[in-house]
Write a protein that binds this ligand. Structure first.
Ligand code: ASP
Length: 327
């Protein structure tokens, strides 16, 4: 497994303490720290170790920008990174060799927009925001999403890089055209931000499961599953095998658990637990959530049932992912 640890410090803050959380977990030599800490706002957290993305979001927040701009600009860093094979340009294709992207965005007022299985457009999160702001709809899929993006001035882009193409060709040689449930071929970026006015926004964007069936859509562009924001309570976003997150309406569940009084950490753990209960004995999948509440407390939890976790003296363990704080 190649989960990466994420510890970074910078002297950026003039507005409080920036929190960047990372779903690092799942690696035996991770140095975990206690998962629930309270921070001052504004705050931004994201899945995995996408530190360039959270740093970009922080550039917006630290000068008083709003959470919606922060999450859009933040996740676009990964969408534009051709070396990131799980988001945006350079993402791994479906089993027919086509890169199809999913994304959604949600603001403080419950407005939301999403694109599903969209091809040829490099920044699905920006298209999702346009869907939210300029159409009467919440979701546009496939050709319709692409057509809308082109009408909005987005450029047609070949999303399949040579690297991802060669890997796909290799996969085809031995795969028997069977989509793998591979815990390591999908790392969505989900990002949550709280701005200086105490308002939330969230964004989630992915190329989805590598070598998926044509037309497959996971949780990431589904409001309530891959992302949910409730400005009264908090926000949550997911990564991992999307089918399982959809089956539990995962991100909505986590926000509702926080509404009932659970901390973000407790809510993430219970959300994962619900999924485990539906998958007794299954070991081939990975699920992770991150969450933040109105107080700026954060939580994150990731599990891969086939993996034996190790505890640490400082209170964390491998499936309580580290949270790294900028200060
Ligand atoms: N949730 C994404 C999907 O199922 C993939 C991931 O986050 O790893 O498409």
């Amino acid at each position: 497994m190649q989960r990466r640890n994420f510890l970074k410090k910078s002297g950026l803050t003039t507005v409080g303490i920036l929190s960047a959380s990372s779903l690092t977990s799942c690696k035996p030599d991770n140095k975990a720290i206690p998962a629930t800490q309270t921070v001052n706002r504004p705050t931004v957290i994201c899945t995995w170790n996408f530190s360039n993305a959270s740093a970009k979001a922080w550039e917006v927040l630290k000068v008083g920008g709003n959470a919606l701009d922060a999450v859009e600009k933040g996740v676009m860093v990964e969408e534009n990174d051709v070396n990131n094979q799980t988001v945006g340009v350079g993402g791994r294709p479906d089993r027919d060799g086509k890169v199809t992207l999913d994304a959604c965005i949600m603001d403080k007022d419950g407005n939301c927009g999403a694109v599903l299985a969209m091809q040829n457009i490099a920044n699905p999160i920006a298209v999702a925001r346009k869907v939210m702001e300029k159409t009467p709809h919440v979701m546009l899929a496939g050709k319709g999403a692409e057509q809308f993006a082109l009408e909005e001035g987005f450029k047609k882009t070949d999303l399949l890089t040579e690297k991802s193409k060669q890997e796909w060709l290799e996969w085809k040689k031995t795969s028997n055209y069977e989509t793998p449930i591979n815990i390591e071929n999908h790392d969505t970026i989900g990002m949550l931000a709280l701005d200086k006015n105490g308002n939330f926004a969230g964004a989630c964007t992915t190329s989805g499961m590598a070598y998926k069936m044509a037309g497959r859509v996971g949780d990431s562009p589904i409001i309530g599953a891959g992302l949910f924001v409730d400005n009264e309570i908090g926000a949550a976003t997911a990564t991992g095998v999307g089918e399982e997150v959809v089956r539990t309406v995962g991100s909505f569940l986590i926000v509702e658990l926080m509404r009932q009084g659970k901390s973000p950490q407790e809510a993430c753990e219970e959300g994962v637990q619900r999924i485990l209960e539906k998958n007794k004995g299954r070991k081939d999948f990975q699920i992770g959530f991150i969450a933040m509440n109105k107080a700026g407390e954060t939580g994150s939890y990731c599990i891969h049932p086939g993996f034996t976790y190790r505890k640490y003296n400082d209170g964390g363990h491998d499936n309580v992912p580290s949270q790294s704080f900028y200060s």
